[in-house]
Design a protein around this ligand. Sequence first.
Ligand SMILES: [Zn+2]
Length: 267
Amino acid sequence: MSSTKSTYEDLLTFVKYEMETSANYQPLIIRALLKSGGKMTALDLSKELMLGNDLEVGKYRSILMRYPKKTLMKRGIIQYDRKSKVFELLARSGEERMIEQIVECCDRELAKWRLAVQRTESSSLRYDLIDEAGGRCQACGALAHNSPLHIDHIVPKDLAKRGRVATADGQRIDVESRENLQVLCETCNCGKRASSRTDFRPSEERLLESLIATLGHAADLGYDVNSMTATAQGRFRSRDHLTAADGHSRVRTRAPTKKRTSGRESR
Ligand SMILES: [Zn+2]
């Protein structure tokens, strides 16, 4: 812990000689605080960081100059003066109280947009989770094409207090955070009681159960399970993956009686 920099001289020394920064955050924060009399809310400081990112601002400038400018000019809402680079709203007269109503309408549109973005983000989280789970139910190993996959809250939402829940190891986390989500097939998810906190994510025991179930399923379908097991072990060995199998007896290999290619390669 360093000493408090209580004078501008101390602060200058810090900025000049001591400030180590790989990003531009620290100088932006200090500059903004100085300019606003020493105090700012977290929201205002976050905006400052965003505005300090020249590349990001440049990106928005090019967006502004393309679509909204063109559209709003065509609709007779704004004009743009190239020389002074100033945008101007063409509506200038009328009852003042209308301004408030217009702003409210814009706010409503923005809220709709935010909701749509959040939905897209949550659908990409869904995709990530299912991808990480190998496209399988984390309880029974069912593939998505056998049973629709759901995203389940390990500690149910109903048990959340102010949006937070306690995990098995006592940590308090956001109920919607990744750590509290698991992929379950429809059957497993419906079987899970509303109050259940079961974490079905893979453990050695569960993976073994799933392996046995998959092999049983393959045998039922008439595949050569021995040959499949040998192929799987060979692939793992080539990835230098199967150290645990050392010393175990090798599975007897023989020519496959039935050769089929599966659609999904193990990754
Ligand atoms: Zn399942």
